[in-house]
Unconditional design. Sequence first.
Length: 147
Amino acid sequence: MDDIDKKILKRLQENARVTISVLSSEISLSMPAISERLRKLEASGVIQQYTAILNPTLVDKQLMALIFLSFNSPSKEGITDFVVNEPDIKECFYITGDFDYALKIITQNTNTLESLLTRIKEQPGVVKTQTIVVLSSIIDRPSVTVE
């Protein structure tokens, strides 16, 4: 990946709907050259997907929380099936420290959070949870930055 690829990626992170024509004029490369670079970035997996980033509040998701889980014998497979099927779980990390997993939750309200927490506690092996409600978000970058 060279500096031109990085310029393309930065521009796509600003607006994934930018046209090849606009990219071509901004980066001073022909449209076929931009298209080929995009194809290679996609094929190599650098660009995983194009997506729309929604404002949670405007789609009735008012509450963000972090839930930490401890298991008596951590099993990635057991929790994986559960978190994949829970749409309010946005991220799941297998972590070091006092807990085994950290979950990022975006849900409607405290009632839906309580319901999800109840389902989490029913999972085999869960021995301890800690829930932290997020009051506000200082920064939320949906993707990594390219240097």
